[in-house]
Ligand binder design. Sequence first.
Ligand SMILES: [Zn+2]
Length: 238
Amino acid sequence: MEFTYDAYAKLIHAIQESYYTITDYHNYRNVKTPCILRHDIDYSIEKAMRFAELEKELGIKSTYFVLVSSDFYNVFSHDNKAKIQQLIEYGHEVGLHFDETVYDGCEAYEEKAVAFILKERDLLEQVCNRKVSVVSMHRPSKKILEKNLKIPGMINSYSKEFFQDFKYMSDSHMKWQEDVMIYIKEKQYSKMQILTHAFWYREKACGIKELLKSFLKEAEEERYRILEKNFTNLSSIL
Ligand SMILES: [Zn+2]
């Protein structure tokens, strides 16, 4: 499968025409053969928005997991806050993407991990103006996965329930470990959880090197635009 918007639309059509029903973490028990679509926003809310619009056009809803502790974006900035709220207006759900490595003790102590998740959940709720009740882990350690965390008031998308009962497929590092299209068509599993990262997808297919280089270049342009807000005569200084 190519990493283009057209290819993703084809994947969605294939799911819609298959015996799977696209659903979410709250309602999957109400359908016979659920398929949960999930997106982790590791790098760019901008790219996630493009995906969210595409999914809106395709008439589907999915869950976008926002990394509150990201080095790449600030969820409290005016523009990002507006974008996250727009995601919700499109009908998508916003969940918390949690990076355990930001804090000490998460691996060793379950209660610490849970406490930090709940703190970040509260912050994200301020951004969303609504309840946040699903969490996914950013590059989780084996130890955290084995803990099978129970988080009060939240659904853990990495719990055994979603990893043992569901067939989990992901495009991590711009690479599908297995051919997702074949799994959709073969009906081998009765439940599917599909993780895609909007960041990998473009109008036209390109390799990971080209994609990352353009991300770096865009970052320079983005910084320039932000600087311009702080300097009345930026171009004359530079
Ligand atoms: Zn992640």
